[in-house]
Design a protein around this ligand. Structure first.
Ligand SMILES: NC(=O)c1ccc[n+]([C@@H]2O[C@H](COP(=O)([O-])OP(=O)(O)OC[C@H]3O[C@@H](n4cnc5c(N)ncnc54)[C@H](OP(=O)(O)O)[C@@H]3O)[C@@H](O)[C@H]2O)c1
Length: 324
C-alpha cells in the first residue's frame, strides 16, 4: 500500500521513519506547501515522489492512503479535499477542531464511500487488548478508579501556542488521556468536571478533568503543554491495580497489589515506533472494503470530539472553524 504524507513537519518525520521500516506499506510521496521543502524531506527519507502542493499529492493516482499531518486547524480543509479526491485518509489527532467539523467530515466520507480514520495511535496498539484481558480476568478485582497524566513542555511550538491553529493542551495531549479512559472501559461519561489554566494567547495550557462513568468508575486525568509530567496511568481495582509506564505508548503493564508488590509484568511486543499499528489497521480496513477502522470507529471519534467541545466550552476556549 502506497502512502502519501501531507505536511513535511515533526510528526510526518516519524510516520516516514515508520513506513521506511515496514514491509507491507511504503511512503510513496510527500506533499508540502513548498517544493524545496518536499524535496528535502523526500531525500532524507528516501521517498520517491515530492510535491510542492497538497493538491498535487492528492492528484497522484498511485497514492492509496493519505496521512494528514498538519496543524489541527487545517485537518478539516485538507481532509475534505482528500475525500473529494477519493483518497482514503488517516488524519492526525485530534481529528478535527470540534464535533461539528468531525460530523461534517464523517458524513462526507460516508456519502462519497471514502475510508477515514483518526491517527490516535494508542487505539491501535496490542496493549489495548492486553490491558482489557487483564481487567476481564478479574486480576485487579472490579475497576473503580482510572488516573492518567500526559504533560510535555511543547509551549514553544507555534501550533500549540496559537488559537488560530487549534492550539492548547487538550487537542494535543488531553485527547490521549481521555482516550486512555475510553480504551479500557465501555462505560459512558455520566458527569464531568474540569478546571484549566490558560496561556496568555488564550489556549488551554494545563487542565484537570474528572469524570464519573455510568458504572461508577471515577476518572481523573490531567494534561499540560507547559510542563514535563510523569505521564503514567493507573487502573485501580478492588484488589489491585494496573500500572502503565506511559499513558500513550506503554512498554510495560504491571499488575500490582497493596504495598506496591508487583505480581506480574507484561511487556508489549517490540515496535518500530508504535505508528505501524495504526498504519496497518488502515491497510487492513481498506483492503476489507471498510470505511472506518474497527479499532477507532467513527462513533468513538465523535464521542471524544463532543467531550472535548464540552471541556473547551467550560474553559471559554473557542476556535474559529473553517465551517462554523
Ligand atoms: N501522534 C503523535 O505522537 C503526535 C505528536 C505530535 C503531533 N501530532 C499531531 O500531528 C499534527 C501535526 O503536528 P506537528 O507537530 O507535526 O506540526 P508541525 O511540525 O508544527 O507542522 C506540520 C506541518 O503542517 C504544515 N502546515 C500547513 N499549514 C501550516 C501553517 N499555517 N502553519 C504551520 N504549519 C502548516 C507544514 O507542512 P508544509 O510546510 O510541508 O506544508 C508543517 O510542517 C497535529 O495534528 C498534532 O496534534 C501527533
Amino acid at each position: 500500500m502506497n502512502v502519501g504524507i501531507i505536511g513535511a513537519g515533526h510528526i510526518a518525520e516519524k510516520a516516514a521513519r515508520t513506513l521506511a521500516a515496514m514491509e507491507d506499506m511504503q511512503c510513496l510521496a510527500i506533499g508540502s506547501r513548498t517544493l524545496p521543502k518536499a524535496q528535502a524531506f523526500a531525500e532524507r527519507f528516501g521517498i520517491p515522489r515530492a510535491y510542492g502542493s497538497y493538491a498535487d499529492l492528492l492528484g497522484d493516482s498511485d497514492v492509496d492512503l493519505v496521512y494528514i499531518a498538519v496543524p489541527h486547524s487545517f485537518h478539516f480543509p485538507v481532509c475534505r479535499d482528500a475525500i473529494l479526491a477519493g483518497k482514503p485518509c488517516l488524519v492526525e489527532k485530534s481529528f478535527m477542531l470540534n464535533a461539528t467539523e468531525a460530523a461534517t467530515i464523517l458524513a462526507l466520507a460516508r456519502e462519497k464511500g471514502v475510508f477515514v480514520a483518526e491517527a490516535i495511535w494508542p487505539r491501535y496498539m496490542p496493549m489495548v487488548s492486553m490491558g482489557r484481558e487483564l481487567i476481564d480476568s478479574g486480576i485487579i478485582g472490579r475497576p473503580k478508579m482510572i488516573t492518567a497524566t500526559l504533560a510535555y513542555d511543547v509551549s514553544a511550538k507555534e501550533r500549540v501556542q496559537k488559537l488560530s491553529l487549534g492550539g492548547g493542551a487538550l487537542l494535543d495531549l488531553g485527547v490521549y488521556v481521555l482516550t486512555f479512559v475510553r480504551m479500557f472501559t465501555d462505560s459512558t461519561v455520566e458527569k464531568i468536571n474540569t478546571t484549566c489554566i490558560k496561556a496568555v494567547s488564550g489556549v488551554d495550557a494545563s487542565e484537570v478533568i474528572t469524570m464519573i462513568l455510568a458504572d461508577g468508575t471515577l476518572c481523573s486525568v490531567q494534561a499540560s503543554a507547559w510542563c514535563q509530567g510523569d505521564n503514567k496511568a493507573v487502573i485501580a481495582g478492588t484488589t489491585g491495580y494496573l500500572e502503565f509506564d506511559d499513558s500513550i505508548n506503554p512498554q510495560h503493564i504491571r499488575v500490582c497489589r497493596k504495598g506496591h508488590v508487583v505480581e506480574r509484568e507484561i511487556t508489549v511486543p517490540e515496535q518500530i515506533t508504535g505508528f505501524e499499528y495504526q498504519l496497518r489497521a488502515c491497510k487492513d480496513a481498506i483492503t476489507a472494503g471498510l470505511l472506518e477502522a474497527p479499532q477507532m470507529p467513527h462513533a468513538e471519534i465523535l464521542y471524544v470530539m463532543h467531550l472535548m467541545d464540552r471541556l473547551r466550552a467550560e474553559w471559554g476556549v473557542e476556535f474559529t472553524s473553517a465551517i462554523v
